[in-house]
Ligand binder design. Sequence first.
Ligand code: NAD
Length: 487
Amino acid sequence: MRMRVPCPRKGGRHEESAVLTHFIGGGPLAAGKSFPVHDPVTGAVVRHVHEADPEVVDRAVRAAREAARDWAALPVGERAGWMRRLAEGIERRFDDLVAAEIADTGKPLGQTRTLDIPRGIANFRAFADLAAQRPDDAFHLPGVLSYTVRRPLGVVAVIVPWNLPFLLMTWKLAPALVSGDTVVVKPSEHTPGSAAVFAEICAEAGLPPGVVNIIFGHGSAGRLLVEHPGVDAVTFTGSTATGSAIMRTVADRVKPISFELGGKNAALVFEDCDLDRAVEGTARSVFTNGGQVCLCTERVYVQRSIFEEFCGRLAQSAREVEPQPMISAEHRDKVLSFYALARSEGAKVLTGGGVPVFHDHRDSGYFVEPTVVSGLSEWSRFNREEIFGPVCHVAPFDSEAEAIDLANGSDYGLAATLWTTNLDRAHRVAQRLEAGLVWVNTWYLRDLRTPFGGVKLSGIGREGGTRSLDFYSEPTTITIKLEQSDA
Ligand code: NAD
């Protein structure tokens, strides 16, 4: 019954592991062809995984449907109790999850131990607390009482990317489950490992069969899932192109969607900033996770008076960054094609622009150099398209109004960062930016209760706090006429 978990890296190599199976109706299902998953650090095959075909997808959706009625009927306090047990299960299997996540993504151990897996625990606890304490609305008029009850959506398809696999999967799973939905999850084809460990955690916790189902596979499996008539809603994090394809797929059945998509995020650095913090913070926002975070900065605008100094110091920071691998050879080639594009469009390369040489096992992995360029037009493809690598373009501005126009002059609108010590300016500029999230003198600081999401090509809807609970359930308004009596 047990699926094998991935083995930690030893001396840069992985031990053999079994083919990962789907998790359907509370147990493993070994069906469908298998495909390999590669270690981004070395390029070696880490494991093989079954690919969901139409029959597997159908079985997963049916299992979720069968479980839906009983799960929805549980009092929310009981579902919150299950969420807390899953959080405890994650704590118990912490090291296995860390190993799985590192094997698939090549992330540093410290980041995985302090961010990715702890956020999974926090996600389950935060939404358990929130849902259990949430009141329903009631509205009074003379002789009229209206109140709302919230009902689960039913079966939710959860489709997530590879850059923060466990963090993003649990970010959607926890509010969906506590709201009374059952789920079919499709992790990225590049990062199935932590989801497979989570399947074991669900089984070990004794979660009712069918409440959580996990299927593996490529985009084609995701498409089969979202178009299945037994799926009531889709929550998706990934690229804008895929979001758009999913929208078309679900249009006929008008399924509710929640989309967290790509970004082309701007940082605005004003001359009144604390320069040390601005350089350090901007470097972190560009290079964290090899730039493979939707919130990463790719466009940096700096007030002209400090432009030269800022560029020199950011380039120096880039040279000091420990490179992280891109998720796949294909993605590395995409990022390198943007480096080449920058040169062909006439960019000045301040640092990087190539492939690092380590003279060890990493030379067969998927690394690119942290890179800073300048001198390109705002209309260049480099400045308009999401690259999703450790790279940014730096350009000067002269006035606050120009800085705002530059930041807003993008098809995307996920996040923006301001660096200034002027309080008035911070509020003034932040409120004019076309972005779902604005950070002032910091980056990536999150309170899980706040709305999260983007505008324009960066998404539809908001998750986070009660916004998540709103998406994963539907309100029914009940209105009662109260007869007036003088008895
Ligand atoms: P992707 O869109 O290629 O894939 C995401 C998931 O969708 C994968 O599981 C994939 O198999 C699946 N998929 C692909 N085609 C599908 C289809 N037609 N129907 C259903 N599912 C399909 O994205 P990626 O390369 O895995 O992730 C990187 C992207 O995710 C970047 O654009 C990044 O900005 C974005 N992202 C956004 C956020 C956010 O919160 N806004 C967070 C993280 C990542």
